[in-house]
Design a protein around this ligand. Structure first.
Ligand code: HEC
Ligand code: HEC
Length: 483
């Protein structure tokens, strides 16, 4: 992913390593970094590498690296995984169809399958320009509610549906135009071009969004390893939150709290770019409803508003339970998401990568991208219990500054806050998803641009990175590429 692909010669690496260790006496620095990472020191004082997914780690560097099941699944559970995998890849069709269990698409939808956006369980990409349709991203919508909290848009609901079943006009289309910005210039004169998207709403079936409407364009996240993030205890996540920055390091970190339909209570938000979903089951059901137009027990009404009477009049694919996705199907799909394995890191013995890892700590990246997490003694499935793994996220919300702000609150998340994304699998994204676009709207064309966009609470870390010599910046990027 690093734009500076060339590897510095070995002597330069050693020199760079010595200079880096000059920040602190060598062994002290390694011990400090290891301490922050929660690692034990292996032979020679080099930290042992925690397997990216703990016991759910697989060695796969192919384009299928994000789609493997957890090793050691009992045979019966392997069957559940296979069925869930099939549901994830199913192209849903309009009801009534010959296979009644897989119909119910629409009336509005974005894509006909989960895997259309999460291609090979990987990340989506933004359109190249305003004429291109969104193929693996979507736009969330809202208006300020009566009590100041965000409410669904009165006509178009919570998300813009750019596709619809035959005979019904899609809600409209978000056209994305890339505006070039002044490039970032390092002290050594090297230049990084930056761009930001502008959204225009075209072909809106029921008129413009209107004043006050808030929008948020988001690419599909990769979906592997999420069972581990779901199994981290709430107390563990809350313990890392520092809402008022009591420790004064400039990095706070807040939890999102969202409605959990299964528990019928507010719960910690974990999934989505703003931690707006509490569980994988609910995330899957919400995606079925919102993205594919398939109803289930928690989202039994169709994905149209009271204003959209044409949509309400169309046939649906409801079964005996009154919904299009049965409880069993939802459970299998959830099982699939919970047990997708994590690809192992690569290149961990490369001294440049090891130095990049130290610099990641020295810059303060790990204040949010928590290297090591643990699951608890209880989890949805045995393979998820008591795992130590390396996701590089704290699952908390951080103010990332005005540059990245979407201005659209989501639960307790403000218009400037985003959940720290996990960084695992970053170096395999190109292989799996065919591109290196990053950040919530895909504006960053590579990891370097993504880092330079960090503002707000992450401003300090970004500035430290930006002040380093090119060799050090390259080492950090090489580390990210090894994840
Ligand atoms: C139109 C594209 C699209 C389709 C189709 C789609 N998703 Fe997503 N998915 C997204 C986007 C965008 C997000 C981030 C949502 C947000 O931040 O609000 C997301 C988030 C997720 C997440 C959370 C990932 C994380 O790291 O927190 C999961 C799990 C998920 N989707 C599963 C599914 C499943 C299951 C389906 C099929 C029922 C599906 N998605 C269909 C675009 C899509
Ligand atoms: C204050 C918390 C915080 C700190 C510190 C921080 N990050 Fe981030 N990082 C985030 C958040 C939140 C995002 C998502 C922002 C968005 O999508 O708009 C992000 C996104 C990223 C991404 C893109 C990930 C993706 O899935 O698109 C990379 C790469 C990254 N950070 C690396 C770093 C590095 C390297 C550092 C240190 C120089 C760092 N971050 C410091 C919070 C932080």
């Amino acid at each position: 992913m690093s734009p500076e692909r060339g590897r510095p010669p070995r002597r330069a690496v050693v020199r760079a390593a010595r200079r880096g260790l000059g920040y602190m006496p060598g062994t002290l620095l390694i011990a400090a970094v290891a301490g922050v990472l929660g690692l034990s020191l292996g032979a020679g004082g080099v930290p042992d590498v925690v397997p990216a997914g703990g016991g759910l780690t697989v060695n796969d560097v192919t384009s299928k690296a994000f789609g493997q099941h957890a090793p050691g699944l009992p045979i019966g559970e392997l069957r559940h995984f296979t069925i869930g995998n099939r549901l994830f890849n199913t192209n849903w069709v309009i009801a009534p169809a010959s296979v009644r269990s897989l119909d119910g698409l629409g009336p509005y939808f974005n894509r006909v399958s989960c895997s259309a956006c999460h291609v090979r369980d990987g990340r989506g990409r933004p359109p190249a320009g305003p004429e291109a349709p969104m193929m693996s991203m979507l736009v969330r919508l809202s208006v300020p509610g009566p009590d100041g909290t965000p409410a669904a848009h009165p006509i178009y609901g919570e998300q813009l549906s750019d596709r619809a079943v035959e005979g019904l006009a899609p809600e409209g289309r978000a056209a994305m135009t890339w505006e070039p910005l002044a490039p970032f210039v390092y002290a050594d004169g090297s230049v990084v071009p930056l761009r930001r998207p502008r959204l225009d709403f075209v072909d809106m079936a029921d008129g413009p969004l209107g004043p006050g409407a808030m929008t948020s364009a988001r690419v599909a996240n990769a979906v592997f390893g999420l069972g581990l993030l779901e199994a981290v205890s709430e107390a563990h996540v809350v313990a890392r939150a520092d809402p008022d920055d009591a420790n004064g390091d400039g990095v706070s970190g807040r939890v999102n709290r969202v409605w959990d339909h299964d528990a019928q209570a507010l719960a910690l938000g974990r999934f989505g770019w703003k931690a707006n979903q509490p569980t994988l089951r609910q995330q899957a059901a919400a995606a079925m409803a919102g993205d594919v137009g398939v109803t289930s027990e928690h989202f039994a009404g169709g994905n149209y508003t009271a204003a959209q009477t044409d949509a309400a009049a169309l046939p649906n694919g409801a079964d005996d339970e009154g919904v299009e996705l049965s409880r069993k199907q939802l459970n299998r799909l959830t099982f699939y998401l919970q047990t997708l394995a994590v690809p192992a890191r690569r290149d961990t013995h490369n001294p440049v990568v090891q130095r990049g890892e130290q610099l990641f700590g020295a810059a303060g990246c790990n204040a949010c991208h928590t290297p090591v997490m643990q699951t608890g003694a209880t989890a949805a499935h045995g393979v998820l219990v008591d795992q130590t793994f390396a996701p590089y996220t704290d699952l908390l919300l951080h103010d990332m500054g005005p540059g990245l702000a979407d201005g659209r609150p989501d639960g307790l998340a403000s218009g400037r806050e985003w959940r720290t994304p996990a960084l695992w699998g970053l170096g395999l994204q190109k292989r799996v998803s065919g591109h290196t676009f990053l950040l919530h709207d895909g504006r960053a064309r590579n990891a370097q641009e993504a880092v330079l966009w960090h503002g707000g609470e992450a401003r300090g870390a970004r500035d430290r990175f930006a002040r380093w010599p090119a060799e050090d910046r390259a080492a950090l990027l090489a580390f990210l590429d090894s994840l």
